[in-house]
Design a protein around this ligand. Structure first.
Ligand code: AGP
Length: 583
């Protein structure tokens, strides 16, 4: 996934473009670049690595006079993260930035090469740029329409043409908005890039072409001009900064108590807002990464407590697998960004089969939020750190509510209302997590073991540690470890034993004994003390519907502290992007 930002107005675009790229850096940071333009020339400056490298390069460059520009921060898909492959790309009279993947780029490139077009990079983006230039004969909208008729795959394009002073934008499968203000207009992958300048924006839909000058925005679809509502973003500029925390990840973990309070209150005050899953015969929970692991907790709760049959599948598998829809089924799509390509594809597969869809989603303007039949918004606010924490916790809370409602259990609302305070007390105990982190950060492997819902918690604990600290880790069903992987346990290998489910507590403890007897450094995370173990994190015992919400923040903070001790780039881990909008 990449980040795009563009500006046309009364000032030199440099500052707006750089500020926008910094806000979008969580979307990918392999390389970055900006293009400025005036009547006489187009200036392109690019760099490999993070935005600060580009900023340094710009500071050493003499910039042309300009009031229009586009910029891009890249998460490499086609072509290595080199300066040559960085965006913006320029072919002929066209300069372009792109988020997405052009799937038929190679055959188009072959054809254009035969027509004498010269390419300088290995990217699919430059091919798209070349194709628009190929069709450009003075009519910019026509050139874009002809090109997108041929392109397959996903794209959000920001485009400039020599000879005029407009920005052009078009999207399919990747998000793009048009920011509106007096005498200055913008394009951006998401509102956080321009929230310091305007909170008014239009949401580009698939195939719509925006023609943007400093004073007006025109939209075209299939050759006809269309109108569109101007929306107002419900986030504040200050939501974006770290508010005194060293990292966004820590800030977002620390927001969990108040966010739980707000999100839970909405539903506890009116449980009719919680969808009733009771009349479905089968539920498919489909997601990626952490959202998937929240879904695994949802599966465990819905099956164990509400007796509902649940299939839980990663979206990249679900979208291609043979799915048998032979019962009244609901497909629940879990996604913080609402733009994860595989999850969108899984959603569209369900809809093509006439299946009801429900989104548990954070970004209200996202594709998944807009295309599903029903939505539960987790109201986490902007989550900037690539590693999800607050959004994940709220997804788990929503599953707890869904299962609680479907189970028709006795009233536990007063207990649920204690959750935020419990989480705050857990998070305040920072030294405990730092001390544990100091004991494991030099290890090469860390294991998490648990059974049933505790295994789902292990999956998230392990991912969080891996993705922010680059320390190898595996989550394993506690009973499965002895079928091979236990051979990896050496003297001092850290093993987290997650135990919350009383039904299988003793079984998990005996698995923990197995690793302890082989020298493992065992760390118990549980809602009840386990005798015989020095390293334990014990949280309050509460209803099983919400018990995971007290365990995971401990694991999030341990991952955070390990990453800090290992000197990692915590908010922007290498090779990752916040939302994977490509397959
Ligand atoms: C979370 O820490 C990861 N960065 C990643 O697994 C993420 O959860 C996954 O890509 C799904 O993203 P989504 O919730 O925006 O769909």
């Amino acid at each position: 996934m990449c980040g795009i930002v563009g500006y046309v107005g009364k000032h030199n675009p440099k500052d707006v473009l750089l500020a926008g790229l910094k806000a979008l850096e969580y979307r990918g940071y392999d390389s970055a670049g900006i293009a400025l333009k005036n009547e006489d020339e187009t200036q392109i400056i690019k760099s490999v690595g993070k935005i600060k490298n580009l900023e340094e390069k710009i500071d050493c460059s003499s910039l042309i006079e300009s009031n229009i520009g586009i910029a891009h921060t890249r998460w490499a898909t086609h072509g290595a993260p080199t300066e040559n492959n960085a965006h913006p790309h320029h072919v002929g009279k066209v300069t372009l930035v792109h988020n997405g993947i052009i799937e038929n780029a190679s055959e188009i490139k072959e054809r254009l090469l035969k027509e004498g077009v010269k390419f300088n990079s290995d990217t699919d983006t430059e091919v798209a740029c070349g194709l628009i230039n190929y069709y450009y004969d003075g009519d910019e909208v026509k050139a874009i329409e002809n090109a997108i008729d041929e392109l397959t795959g996903s794209y959000a394009f920001g485009i400039m043409f020599e000879g005029n002073n407009n920005l052009y934008a078009v999207r399919k499968g990747s998000p793009l908005i048009v920011g509106i203000s007096d005498n200055e207009n913008y394009i951006a992958s998401d509102i956080t890039a321009i929230i310091n300048y305007t909170n008014k924006y239009m949401l580009l839909e698939e195939g719509e072409i925006a023609v943007i000058s400093d004073s007006e925005v025109k939209l075209f679809k299939d050759g006809k001009e269309i109108n569109k509502e101007v929306l107002t973003a419900d986030i504040k500029a200050e939501d974006k900064d770290k508010q005194g925390y060293e990292h966004y990840m820590l800030k977002e973990i620390m927001e969990e108590p108040i966010l739980l309070e707000n999100t839970l209150k909405t539903f506890l005050d009116d449980m009719s807002l919680v969808p009733d899953l009771g009349d479905y015969e089968e539920i498919h929970v489909v997601a990626c990464g952490s959202a998937m692991y929240a879904g695994m907790i949802g599966k465990a709760l819905l099956e164990e407590k509400a007796g509902i049959r649940v299939i839980c599948e990663v979206a990249s598998e679900y979208r291609y697998k043979k799915i048998i829809y032979d019962r009244k089924t609901l497909v629940i799509l879990v996604s913080q960004s609402g733009e994860t390509a595989d999850t969108i594809a899984a959603m569209r597969k369900a809809k093509e089969n006439g299946i009801d869809t429900l989104a548990i989603v954070n970004v209200k303007t996202s594709t998944i939020a807009r295309e599903t039949d029903k939505q539960i918004f987790i109201e986490a606010g902007p989550e900037i750190a690539v590693a999800t924490t607050k959004a994940y916790i709220l997804q788990v809370a929503i599953f707890g509510l869904l299962a609680y409602k479907a189970s028709h259990s006795e009233n536990i609302i007063s207990e649920i209302k204690k959750l935020p305070r419990y989480v705050k007390e857990i998070l305040d105990d920072r030294d405990r997590y730092l001390n544990l982190a100091k004991e494991i950060y030099k290890n090469n492997d860390v294991f998490f073991i648990g059974r049933k819902v505790d295994y789902a918690i292990c999956m998230e604990g392990s991912l969080k540690l891996k993705e922010v600290s680059y320390l190898h880790s595996e989550a394993y069903q506690a009973g499965e470890l002895k079928h091979g992987t236990i051979s990896l346990i050496e003297d001092g290998t850290p093993v987290f034993g997650i135990i919350t489910d009383d039904d299988i507590r003793d079984k998990t403890i005996s698995n923990i004994e197995e690793v302890k007897s082989r020298g493992a450094k065992v760390i118990i995370v549980s809602n009840k003390l386990v005798s015989g173990y020095d390293r334990q994190i014990i949280v309050p015992k509460i209803s099983e519907f919400f018990q995971a919400i007290l365990i995971v923040p401990c694991l999030q903070l341990i991952a955070y502290e390990v990453a800090k001790l290992r000197g990692c780039d915590i908010d922007k881990p290498k090779n990752l992007a916040k939302s994977v909008t490509v397959e």
